[in-house]
Design a protein around this ligand. Structure first.
Ligand SMILES: Cc1cc2nc3c(=O)[nH]c(=O)nc-3n(C[C@H](O)[C@H](O)[C@H](O)COP(=O)(O)OP(=O)(O)OC[C@H]3O[C@@H](n4cnc5c(N)ncnc54)[C@H](O)[C@@H]3O)c2cc1C
Length: 399
């Protein structure tokens, strides 16, 4: 007697790259019943020693993945956002953030150490195999399977391959052109300072109170400096020291630096800020790169995700949030389309591209605005925060 109702086997997905995007995709796919295997180039999994902002849109995805409680234990929720002048430390504006984010957007606006988010996602992948030291050099569709190739000559087969291998993705180069990322004209120092070294009053005669727990930015000529607490109890302050420059001369896009170099770059800025810089440790500097939006991200059974698809300037603090969203949407669509992989990948790109294109282009716009003598209001992210991807149907991007 033939089996008229064969049990459908789970979809097998290979994910290349175990950064925030690849791990988030793995958690979302496993939640939908897929079999996931991760392949990561580095020998030891670790994240950059710096902070990360997780917008309410990203938090809503992590909530849907069952990770919000653990996230809240490791992340900080800044009370308000304030902006001060670079030289005198005078208050430009102060706006509530914690209350507004919860009430208006339906989820908190968080700041975290990248390693804490990365570890949380890694744990949430459970027993999904993770192969370290696996340097992927390409991926192809062969008949009804996808095959990834690695530098050591080995291969891996799956129903779908997700390239979450970052801004210099080998799979992107293979399928969509090997042009280099674009240097954006911005570099940044990244550092962390203990909260007890952070001033609580700044400005003329200490007129501006900066209670610990605030997110504050110094906007000035040739760059802006963004500071926000990280860690569950906000006992450290993450510093992003942005700097506008025509070129990036270093061989790598991230190189060790020093507090002396950071202080020299911001010579003439407010003394309270420079004094804080004197206490930072482990200073790194980064060249900031992005790419123009790509018309297509999928080829056969291979698709791109996160920075591999749409690397973005950090001026709206959304690159990792977009990668997390990508993973959730892709898992939802693969589950919905069943054996129709082509249909799922077409729907994925159609749903994600308008949103990620918007973020890429608005992030550039924000960078230009930051350099104006009287910067216009910050890009309005309401649409991004309100229309979350956990809804079954996507919302359209505003013009
Ligand atoms: C200064 C700065 C500040 C930022 N701040 C924020 C912020 O506040 N909020 C926010 O949302 N975003 C922020 N971003 C953006 C965010 O960091 C990225 O968008 C995010 O890390 C992208 O995640 P990803 O997983 O796609 O790529 P990645 O994090 O780059 O991970 C890619 C992974 O793939 C691996 N890999 C690479 N090549 C191969 C290969 N050939 N084979 C196998 N594995 C490979 C890598 O080792 C890595 O583990 C910031 C970026 C910068 C530079």
């Amino acid at each position: 007697m033939p089996n008229l109702h064969p049990v459908r086997r789970p979809l097998r997905v290979a994910i290349i790259g175990a950064g925030i995007g690849g791990l988030a995709a793995a958690v979302a796919l496993r939640q939908r019943g897929c079999e996931v295997v991760l392949y990561e180039r580095v020998e030891k999994l670790e994240e950059v020693g710096a902070g990360l902002q997780i917008g309410p849109n990203g938090v809503k995805v992590l909530r849907a993945l069952g990770l919000e409680d653990e996230l809240m234990r490791n992340a900080f929720e800044p009370l308000s956002i304030m902006s001060v002048t670079w030289d005198e430390g005078r208050l430009r504006f102060r706006q509530p953030l914690k209350e507004v984010s919860r009430q208006k957007y339906g989820a908190p606006y968080l700041s975290a150490h990248r390693a804490d988010l990365h570890n949380l996602l890694r744990r949430a992948t459970g027993d999904a195999p993770l192969h370290l030291g696996a340097n992927c050099v390409g991926a192809d569709t062969v008949n009804a399977t996808a095959i990834a190739r690695f530098a050591d000559g080995s291969t891996a087969e799956a129903d779908v391959i997700i390239a979450a291998d970052g801004i210099r993705s080998a799979i992107r180069a293979q399928h969509f052109g090997d042009d280099a990322p674009r240097f954006t004209g911005m570099m940044a120092w990244r550092a962390i300072v203990p909260m007890n070294c952070v001033p609580t009053r700044i400005g003329p005669n200490g007129a501006v109170a900066v209670p610990h727990g605030e997110y504050f930015g110094w906007i000035g000529p040739n760059g802006h400096v963004i500071c926000y607490p990280i860690g569950g109890n906000g006992d450290r302050l993450n510093i992003f020291g942005g700097h506008v420059t025509a070129e990036w001369v270093e061989e790598s896009w991230s190189v060790p630096s020093s507090r002396e170099e950071l202080i020299a770059a911001k010579a003439g800025w407010n003394e309270a800020l420079l004094d804080m810089f004197r206490h930072v440790e482990h200073v790194y500097k980064w060249g900031i790169y992005d790419r123009d939006p790509l018309p297509q991200w999928s080829r056969g059974r291979v698709t791109l995700l996160g920075d591999a698809a749409h690397p973005t300037m950090p001026t709206l603090a959304q690159g990792a949030n977009m990668a997390i969203e990508d993973g959730y949407v892709l898992a939802r669509l693969l589950a919905r389309h069943g054996d129709d992989i082509a249909g799922a990948l077409t729907a994925y790109v159609a749903e994600r591209k308008p949103r990620t294109d918007w973020v890429t282009l608005k992030s550039r716009e924000q960078f230009v605005s930051n350099q104006k003598p009287s910067p216009p209001p910050f890009v309005d992210r309401t649409w991004l925060f309100v229309n979350d991807v956990v809804r079954e149907e996507p919302a359209h991007a505003p013009a």
